[in-house]
Design a protein around this ligand. Structure first.
Ligand SMILES: Nc1ncnc2c1ncn2[C@@H]1O[C@H](COP(=O)(O)OP(=O)(O)OP(=O)(O)O)[C@@H](O)[C@H]1O
Ligand SMILES: [Mg+2]
Length: 357
């Protein structure tokens, strides 16, 4: 029986040690049925180690992993048909597309006619023409191979599909196409996807939630918008793109002009005030925002429809500002710039939270 409110996967205080090095420090994670969870984090933070343990390629040192009501960390990998890592490189190059897709079904002794029917269905699912069934893997393009590998992963009919940077070797355009296809595939199959990527953009396009990993711990697990708008630490804020930080001490920060209302709202508070470059707007002479900054343009870049400025404040701090091109200022490098934002667009990472992270 499946209970929709019950997570499909529960990771409990999972620790992984390699000799005297601890790669995972007692991590907890619940994944909902049908969720698309992205795991992102710098190189060496423990993403692959975690997935290897979940699929049974490696053993944990401490903790437990549950698939619904079954504890799976004690079950050998070959007895865990529920988990599958998606690897395009593991296709059989000399065999046909059909043979590759049917491989897991053959292992399960599914009769040939039924296997073929299922393989053709999977070609449809992956939007590959049915006549690819007899094509050899060597005759497929990179993107087609990727799709065949996905079809084969689906033929295993796993409860959870794991992906470890499946698109990292592909060129930009193909990656963009497959990102959308993967998201679409997720929606159509209703399967649970756990997806490791270095690319935050990829994580944001595809996932329901993002788990940010740092040095063997989850720093924050939340939907992309929340991580972006309310990062729990400077690490997360920086990971999510360009950001400006202001050190707030007892409601005061150097280089920051506040309205009396803003000053009252921030009174007595300390931490790191984070402001995204695109939350800022240019201010006409004499106009002030909740938070106002004044400085001089030290660099400017045209980013398609947007302008990015690097501005030097009187305090010597550099700030990144991004506005729509038509709201940009004339004058170029050396010109004065006044920008501001609403207090609601600024996020305060409270002192204690960040120190603990
Ligand atoms: N078999 C092993 N023996 C010893 N240390 C290991 C082993 N496997 C991984 N590690 C260490 O554990 C840490 C986490 O490695 P892991 O491969 O999980 O990182 P990752 O987040 O996947 O990185 P990347 O983004 O580069 O793939 C690294 O410091 C790595 O050196
Ligand atoms: Mg890795």
């Amino acid at each position: 029986m499946t209970d929709a409110s019950q997570p499909i996967l529960r990771i409990n205080a999972l620790t992984k040690r390699f000799d005297d090095f601890t790669a995972l420090h007692g991590v907890d994670l619940n994944v909902a049925e049908g969720e698309f969870l992205a795991i992102v984090g710098p190189s060496g933070s423990g993403k692959t180690t975690l997935i290897r343990i979940l699929v049974g390629m490696d053993e944990l040192s401490d903790g437990a992993v549950w698939l619904r009501n079954t504890r799976i960390d004690v079950v050998p990998a070959n007895k865990r048909p529920t988990c599958m890592v998606f690897q395009s490189l593991a296709l059989f190059p000399h065999r046909t597309v059909g043979q590759n897709i049917e491989f897991p079904l053959k292992l399960r002794k599914v009769p040939p006619a039924e296997r073929k029917a299922r393989a053709l269905e999977l070609l449809d699912t992956l939007r590959l023409p049915r006549d690819y069934y007899d094509k050899r893997i060597q005759q497929c393009s990179g993107g087609e191979k990727q799709r065949v590998a996905l079809a084969r992963a689906l033929a295993f009919d796993p409860e959870i599909l794991f992906f470890d940077e499946p698109l990292s070797a592909l060129d930009y355009r193909l990656r963009k196409t497959l990102e959308k296809e993967l998201k679409d595939l997720h929606r159509r199959t209703g399967k649970t996807f756990i997806y490791i990527t270095h690319s935050l953009e990829e994580a944001m396009v595809m996932s329901d939630r993002i788990a940010i990993m740092k040095a063997g711990r989850f720093e924050q697990i939340a939907p992309a918008e929340e991580i972006y708008a309310r990062p729990v630490s400077k690490f997360v804020a920086e990971f999510m793109g360009e950001v400006n930080f202001f050190d707030l001490r007892n409601g005061q920060a150097e280089g920051l002009l506040m309205t009396p209302e803003t000053a009252a709202a921030l009174a007595g508070r300390s931490g790191t005030l984070t402001i995204r470059p695109e939350s800022l707007r240019t201010l006409p002479e004499g106009q002030a925002a909740d938070l106002t900054f004044e400085g001089e343009i030290v660099a400017e870049y045209l980013l398609g429809s947007r302008m990015q400025y690097r501005m030097m404040l009187a305090t010597g701090q550099e700030m990144i500002v991004e506005v729509l091109r038509e709201n940009g200022v004339a004058g170029g490098i050396g010109a004065a710039l006044r920008v501001g934002c609403d207090l609601s667009a600024a996020h305060l990472i409270e002192e204690a939270r960040d120190a603990a992270a």
